[in-house]
Ligand binder design. Structure first.
Ligand SMILES: Nc1ncnc2c1ncn2[C@@H]1O[C@H](COP(=O)(O)OP(=O)(O)OP(=O)(O)O)[C@@H](O)[C@H]1O
Ligand SMILES: [Mg+2]
Length: 656
């Protein structure tokens, strides 16, 4: 909870003003029906007073029973001095049984009433009407203010939350990214934040408004007609029970709908990012089916939730109508028996409608709040994820990589911490500074994993990795990764120009340095054939250059950094052997005192290395130079023979 408060604090003014404005609106809304009642009561007094005076005169003349209450109410509403004084005269005479005096008073009243009712009705009601307009204006200000502050608060809240989530994800280790999956991270950063943002907005507008309106209307209704309010005492608990039941049944269904939405998002995400692969395997139909299934699941979950929620509205309407009917039933009698005025009856009905509808709002709020709670939980999981791979405890933050000597000391590593077979087991390896090292081995034997431990993409479970005698965990992450240039096996370029992509290696590099790096990586030649040269725009992921061109740009990007340690993970697999040899030679000259690690499938790529490491199933099978390995390593010899048809020169290299 404290964590969330952080997003409220900077905008507390909005968070306070929003609900306050809504209170202003509620007060207006609760007052309005009583104004209506006043206007209606005045209207009926206007129309009824002369008739009532006549009825009184007739009853008194005939000596029949007469109840002066209605007459008194009319006079009270009309608020005319002459009428009022005549009325008190009449009441005095009527009570003492003075029929002559009463008749005289009635005659006076009739005179006064004629004058009053001759005035236009509008003038009489003008005061109340003006007051109503004023209140409506204030209400409008409250409503607009509430919406404004509510939106401002919630949008800022959402933006800050998204920012924090994004920064958090940027700090994630590869292990954390593996754990959450990209699709779900995207959903959390977009959908879930929006869900919470909307709920915050609604809460700010409704939190005080609905309960406030309910309580206000309840007080007004009870003070207006305590007798009729008994009906509410029956209706409210019944309604709470049925709405509660609907919410209880419906809520878990909403939870399931959210899950299906996640699955749908992942499916779409995966398909769109990999649409080229999908097309090349002509598996559009299969993908469509996959999507259809995910979509159907989501639809069904949505339907099942909606099936329950659709009852909400009819149930509410039934309650509302039955209650109104009951009130009208009893109220009409009261009006007939002069126990109640028509304006009060209509005001009472308005209050009851307000009470019931705000009760419905409150339940909707609870539903939406619990849906947001599910999103909050998913966001919390991201915010709470331990960034285990940090440099907070690094002992030598100021240290930078100077020589580039790498030592693996008894290193063991697993991707899944509980699993039995480690991906790397007990690796001991020393790579001298400035040397060129080749790593070769069958797919899945752990080559990429091994080199990932050098720039701390992952941390070793057991053992240590040392660079220049310092544990990699003791460098600051920035210094460590500045010193290690790694061309990943699964590499990407970003949308933007070629130049801006190369500048990832070094933002400050001048054009000469860029050209040099690109020439060394054998990229300059093809870039200069592009019409726009280095200003050529690349698509997202670098899809508008060929595989080999992309690899060369990635190498150039890493070279620009002039790293002390350069790791090429299968980075020339799509480059022809002649070009590859040129790249290798360029590297040897340009980075002659840097340590170079080259992972390759082809013997020709590593043959000239100072040291070749042969890996097998997470272990180091043999270490040596080419000639030595041919003597001592069966695996190496096997790979060599398979790639050279037994001749002493590799086939591809010989052709080149
Ligand atoms: N992110 C990951 N999460 C879980 N397991 C992984 C992950 N990356 C690799 N592995 C597993 O670890 C093992 C070693 O993978 P690694 O990528 O190091 O192999 P490699 O030698 O580089 O293979 P290749 O020559 O095909 O690139 C494999 O069995 C692979 O399935
Ligand atoms: Mg690999």
């Amino acid at each position: 909870m404290k964590k969330w408060f952080k997003y409220v604090k900077p905008y507390w003014v909005y968070f306070v003003c929003g609900p306050l404005c809504m209170i202003v609106e509620v007060i207006g809304e609760v007052l309005m029906p009583s104004f209506f009642a006043r206007v209606m009561n005045l209207g009926s007094a206007f129309q009824g007073i002369e008739k009532e005076i006549a009825a009184a005169a007739e009853a008194i003349g005939a000596g029949t029973a007469y109840d002066p209450e209605t007459l008194a109410t009319f006079v009270k509403h009309l608020g005319n001095d002459a009428l009022s004084s005549a009325m008190s005269l009449f009441e005095g005479a009527f009570e003492s049984g003075d029929t002559v005096g009463a008749q005289a008073a009635l005659a006076k009243m009739a005179e006064a009433a004629e004058l009053v009712t001759a005035e236009p009705y509008v003038w009489q009601t003008m005061g109340t009407a003006l007051l109503m307009v004023l209140v409506a204006l204030i209400m409008m200000l409250g409503g607009v203010g509430g919406a404004y502050f509510g939106s401002k608060a919630s949008v800022n809240f959402g933006a800050d939350l998204r920012n924090d989530l994004f920064s958090k994800v940027q700090g994630f280790s590869f292990a954390s990214i593996d754990k959450f999956s990209t699709g779900s991270l995207v959903t959390r950063l977009t959908n879930d934040v929006t869900q919470i943002q909307n709920t915050v907005n609604m809460m700010l507008r409704m939190m005080l408004r609905s309960p406030g309106m309910m309580i206000g209307a309840l007080i007004m209704a009870i003070s207006l007609r305590p007798d009729l309010s008994v009906i509410l005492a029956v209706v409210l608990p019944l309604m709470l029970l049925s709405v509660g039941a609907i919410v209880l049944v419906g809520f878990p269904r909403f939870g399931r709908m959210q899950e299906k939405m996640d699955a749908l998002n992942s499916t779409v995400q995966e398909n769109i990012t990999n649409v080229r692969v999908v097309k090349s395997f002509v598996s559009e139909e299969r993908e469509k089916e996959k999507f259809r299934t995910a979509n159907r699941n989501m639809k069904n979950a949505g339907m099942s939730a909606m099936k329950v929620m659709i009852f909400m509205s009819p149930v509410m309407t039934i309650f509302m109508n039955v209650t109104t009917m009951t009130i009208l039933w009893f109220g009409a009698r009261m009006v007939q028996n002069h126990g109640m005025e028509i304006g009060d009856l209509s005001a009472f009905i308005s209050y009851v409608t307000q009470i019931l509808s705000s009760l419905m709002m409150v339940t909707f709020m609870i539903v939406s709040f619990s849906r947001a709670a599910a999103s909050a939980k998913r966001i919390n999981a991201v915010l709470d994820e331990k960034t285990d791979l940090t440099d907070e405890n690094a002992g030598r933050k100021e240290a930078v990589i100077e020589k580039g000597e790498i030592v693996f000391e008894n290193v063991t590593f697993r991707y899944y911490k509980g699993s039995e077979d480690p991906v790397l087991s007990k690796i001991d390896l020393k790579i001298p500074a400035g040397s060129t090292v080749g790593i070769i081995g069958s797919t899945g034997c752990g080559k990429t994993t091994l080199v990932s431990l050098i720039p701390r993409l992952y941390d070793a479970d057991e053992g240590r990795v040392l660079i220049d005698g310092i544990d990699v965990k003791d460098y600051s992450l920035y210094n460590l990764r500045e010193g290690v240039g790694m061309v990943l096996q699964k590499n990407v370029l970003f949308s933007g120009t070629i130049e801006s992509n190369l500048r990832w290696g070094d933002q400050e590099a001048d054009m000469d340095a860029i050209l040099e790096a690109s020439t060394l990586a054998q990229a300059d030649k093809f870039v200069s054939t592009f019409k726009e040269g280095y200003d050529t725009e690349l698509d997202q992921g670098g899809t508008n250059v060929s595989g080999g061109q992309k690899q060369r740009l990635c190498i150039a990007r890493a070279l620009l950094k002039k790293p002390k340690i350069l790791i090429l993970d299968d980075s020339t697999s799509a480059v022809d052997t002649a070009t590859e040899r040129q790249i290798r030679q360029g590297l040897a000259d340009y980075l002659n005192d840097s340590t170079k690690i080259i992972i390759a499938q082809r013997i020709s790529s590593v043959k000239d290395a100072d040291l070749i490491v042969v890996m097998d199933n997470g272990r180091i099978a043999a270490v040596g130079d080419h000639e030595e390995l041919l003597e001592i390593s069966e695996e190496y010899k096997e790979i060599f023979v398979s790639q050279t048809d037994g001749r002493s020169q590799p086939v591809a290299a010989a052709k080149a």
